[in-house]
Write a new protein. Structure first.
Length: 462
């Protein structure tokens, strides 16, 4: 009964697809536990916070609170911890019988013969220690994978928010362009009615107005898609974004062509300290311990079987040692497999570092090229703005007409759109560099963390 009382019991935890979907739909950014989590992420001494404007930092913290990918990573950490417990357990003894018989031909002194034996397996050559070490390293690797998942969530939020910022900036410029094009068409229609403009000029400008209007509708669709992707990146439904004000300060102010931080230092930190780098180092250490375990298994374990025998009123005590005889093999196959897994872990580690170097170099090159393009586009825009100022003064002095001024303003809007495209490319390159370095560049003071305990279900501290 004592043995049974110590056993775990199964408890069913059914999942309802309908209830789970309802819970996901009801997620919001006004959740008190979420606000407390954000407060801890922004300032550990604050109990709660209600953001007036949700920026990259607060939306990232909301994603770290809600995103299901982190729940999957936490479950893997829990599974690895359970694996460590399993690996460190000592094997239970077993009960067997050397003899358990009844001889009907013997009436006295006793027809029974009984010889129970308890078998104790004694692991030799440090097998249990190697097995436990491998499991511990895999647990640490799972923790690093949780941190990597947190950075991936951060990247998803940043990319979606950047896309939304870009769509809104493009939309504002295209709407101004559509308004100016409509003014130009109106001028030409009046001139055509007065016989001062050709039908061809009027038709051409109408076609341009229609094309711009279609582009506006297309950008509106891009804005809606970016907004939906942002909600998905956070782990909430789209309607949960309806009641908040989104801030794009991180992108409006990002870099502004300032020099990047010391890339050499950040590059070295990434190659040595990125969470996925540290995770693969732990996996390599686990492969080392697994190889040590397989080498240790060349040496047989010992089974000691103390027992007691009762036969025709005779009491017999015995000890039956046993061990595997490594005659046909010396565990060469498992050892070779463990060596191959260690080589694979080493190769994956080298491949990851090479990938990081390539990603950093590519992002730095893209960023440098984008900065030059922004500089050129800014110069061209300044030229168009100067030209517009001169045309405006000419209009005031009566040296030109209003359609000419509207045409110049359209050209200035085109230059603004070109500069915006260059700025967007620069911000995207900065985002790729941020991912490659695993270092926040848009909001350097932000914290990227993912607690092992689910913040939505963990008991709240008093």
């Amino acid at each position: 009964m004592t043995l049974v009382a110590g056993c775990a019991r199964f408890r069913a935890e059914p999942i309802s697809a309908a209830e789970n979907a309802k819970a996901l739909e009801e997620r919001g950014l006004d959740n008190p536990r979420l606000l407390k989590f954000i407060a801890i992420g922004l300032a550990p001494d604050r109990a709660s916070v209600t953001p007036n404007r949700w920026d990259l930092s607060t939306l990232t913290l909301a994603a770290l609170y809600y995103h299901p990918d982190l729940d999957v990573a936490r479950a893997k950490v829990a599974g690895a911890q359970a694996g460590t417990l399993t690996a460190s357990q000592r094997p239970n003894p077993t009960l067997s019988f050397q003899d358990l018989s009844y001889n009907a031909t013997i009436a006295t002194p006793s027809p029974w013969a009984i010889a129970p034996v308890i078998n104790f397996l004694i692991e030799t050559a440090g097998k249990r220690e190697y097995r436990t070490a491998a499991a511990q390293h895999m647990t640490e690797a799972a923790r690093r994978d949780l941190a990597t998942a947190a950075w991936a969530v951060r990247g998803g939020v940043r990319t979606a928010l950047l896309d939304l910022w870009a769509a809104r900036r493009r939309l504002a410029l295209m709407q101004r362009r559509l308004d100016l094009q409509g003014q130009l068409v109106g001028f030409l229609e009046r001139q055509f009615a007065a016989g001062e403009a050709s039908a061809l000029d009027l038709s051409r400008e109408r076609v341009r107005r229609n094309q711009i209007e279609l582009t506006v509708r297309d950008i509106e669709g891009q804005e809606a898609e970016s907004r939906a992707r942002l909600a998905t990146a956070i782990g909430i439904s789209n309607h949960a974004l309806d009641e908040i004000n989104v801030s794009f300060d991180a992108f409006d102010e990002a870099s502004r062509n300032k020099p990047l931080p010391e890339i050499g230092t950040l590059r070295r930190q990434a190659l040595l300290g990125r969470s996925d780098v540290q995770g693969l180092l732990e996996e390599y250490a686990a492969a080392q311990s697994s190889l040590q375990l397989q080498i240790a298994r060349q040496y047989p374990d010992v089974t000691l079987s103390p027992g007691y025998g009762f036969d025709t009123l005779s009491n017999v005590y015995f000890l039956l040692p046993a061990a595997e005889l490594p005659i046909f093999n010396q565990n060469q196959g498992p050892i070779a497999e463990a060596e191959a897994r260690r080589q694979e872990a080493a190769a994956r580690f080298t491949a990851l570092q090479a990938q990081i170097i390539g990603s950093i170099d590519s992002a730095v090159a893209s960023y440098g090229a984008a900065v030059k393009t922004v500089t050129t586009a800014s110069s061209l825009l300044a030229g168009e703005q100067s030209r517009e100022s001169r045309m405006s003064r000419s209009l005031q002095s009566g040296e030109t007409d209003r359609p000419a001024l509207v045409t110049v303003r359209l050209e200035r809007i085109t230059a603004e759109l070109s500069r915006l495209d260059a700025v967007i490319q620069q911000r995207q390159a900065l985002g790729r560099l941020e991912d490659a370095l695993q270092h926040p560049l848009f909001d350097p003071a932000s914290k990227i963390f993912a607690p092992e305990t689910n913040p939505r279900t963990a008991p709240e501290s008093s």
